[in-house]
Design a protein around this ligand. Structure first.
Ligand code: ADP
Ligand code: ASP
Ligand code: MG
Length: 423
């Protein structure tokens, strides 16, 4: 029998199966930032394989190379064609998939890499934000059957309609991994990243943040939608739809990470805090307060592809009111253009754009059966001198729009009062 080369202590074989598991392991950009890190990723994969598992690896582009490609395109033109932009960006994952395959092969383990298209990831034709429609992973399955490790380029697919290559939106490799795990009937989906798991707040912003052992899918989805970039929201939606538990863990050591799953042992009132300063607020002033006006403002926003988040309509005075709403900063210019056109059609007096906002969100499944949490949050913010400009809630979430310069103060105060210090 062949002797496999030793991989050292990079971790990896933390599952000692009594029977063969199918494991999907996704590695993010930082985990693949240079040749050395790629070798370490390969070790982890090889150890998981040598422990007797089938392994499918999903890779992101190396380091910050997707950002570099975006910047390169904007040096060429302000209006890159979306199709060509996707052709460009998918190249990032293609580089890592080939290098990871080589690094695994260097250990004597057979490995084969696939682009999203070769892996059968079929998507809508919406460049830059395509949705996965179906996965026909025949080639991936075939390579597993032949005893190979399959490496799939994350964040990309192909549209069966346009026949063009597409990307799934930033952070999309997470979605590739969970969707592929669902389609292959995998036993485990592991998301390896540059932090130890999902924390009670972004550990780079809140130093007292603690790693969570577990949280529910619905909590993670609220956090991800509220800006906790550790998982892309769509990956959590796949987790929910196909009940695929997701293990978020460090690619730098072997310790247990965080399990995102259907139910957890405990349901704390507040599980975690998220923040998002990538939004902008628009206000349409002097809007006539009459039926049909909200539709007149927001229907054209939807038609222009602007994703509206929070909406607040003020109390009207003398038959006119102000409507404020938030949009991603990247859509702010398009939103202003639409709002100005609509304002002149409906006789509103003007449109204001405010890019200095931040959204702060607390999430916890235990909120469902607890009253007074919102009032407590508002009290903590007010005691810290933080002004609340807008509020929105769901059964397990409260979000407030504040000034972006207050973000750090707000996170620290809410974390201290609602979650507590590290024990
Ligand atoms: P990858 O390249 O591995 O996909 P990302 O940068 O997309 O990594 O996601 C990991 C980052 O998510 C962390 O470095 C951290 O700053 C950020 N993050 C935001 N909120 C949280 C949270 N609640 N828990 C853990 N990480 C978080
Ligand atoms: N490389 C892509 C990005 O930077 C996809 C990913 O990392 O998940 O957004
Ligand atoms: Mg990511």
């Amino acid at each position: 029998m062949k002797e496999w080369p030793k991989c050292g202590t990079s971790g990896g074989a933390s599952y000692t199966p009594r029977y063969m598991l199918l494991v999907v392991q996704k590695f993010g950009g930082t985990s693949l930032a240079d040749a050395d890190r790629i070798r370490k990723v390969a070790c982890r994969v090889v150890e998981t394989y040598r422990a007797g598992n089938n392994v499918v690896v999903v890779v992101s582009a190396m380091g910050k190379s997707t950002d570099a490609l975006v910047n390169l395109a904007t040096e060429i033109t302000d209006t890159p064609h979306p199709r060509e932009m996707d052709m460009l960006l998918t190249a990032g994952e293609r580089i890592s998939m080939a290098l990871v395959a080589m690094a695994i092969e260097a250990h004597g383990v057979p490995a084969v890499s696939f682009t999203g298209s070769q892996a059968g990831i079929l998507t809508t034709a919406d460049h830059g934000r395509a949705e996965i429609l179906d996965i026909r992973a025949f080639r991936v399955q075939e390579s597993l059957d032949e005893g190979k490790v399959a490496i799939v380029a994350g964040f990309q697919g192909v549209s069966p309609d346009s026949k063009d290559v597409t990307t799934l939106g930033r952070g999309g490799s997470d979605a590739t991994a969970v969707a592929l795990a669902a389609s292959l009937g995998a036993d485990l989906c592991e998301i390896y990243t540059d932090v130890d798991g999902v924390f009670t707040a972004d550990p780079r912003v809140e130093l007292a943040a603690r790693k969570l052992e577990e949280l529910t899918f619905e909590e993670m989805l609220e956090l991800a939608n509220a800006g906790a970039g550790v998982l892309m929201p769509r990956s959590v939606e796949f987790g929910i739809r196909y009940n695929i538990p997701i293990h978020v863990r460090s690619s730098f050591h072997d310790g247990e990470g965080t399990w995102v799953k259907e139910e957890t042992m405990e349901e704390p009132i507040i599980r975690a805090i998220a923040h998002d300063d990538s939004g902008a607020k628009l206000t349409v002033h002097g809007v006539p307060d009459q039926p049909g006006i909200a539709a007149a403002v927001f229907e054209p926003m939807g038609a222009a592809g602007v994703n509206v988040d929070m909406i607040v309509q003020n109390v009207s005075s003398q038959g006119v009111t102000d409507i404020s709403f938030t949009v991603p900063a990247s859509s702010a210019d398009a939103a202003v253009e639409v709002a100005e056109r609509v304002a002149s059609e409906i006789g509103a007096t003007g449109v204001d754009l405010d890019k200095g906002i931040s959204k702060i969100t607390v999430v916890g499944a235990g909120m469902k059966s607890e009253s007074g949490v919102a009032a407590e949050m508002f009290g903590i913010l007010s005691a810290s001198g933080v002004n609340i400009e807008m509020i929105s809630t769901s059964t397990i979430r409260i979000s407030c729009i504040i000034r972006s310069e207050d973000t750090q103060t707000a996170i620290e105060a809410l974390h201290r009062e609602l979650i507590g210090e590290r024990s």
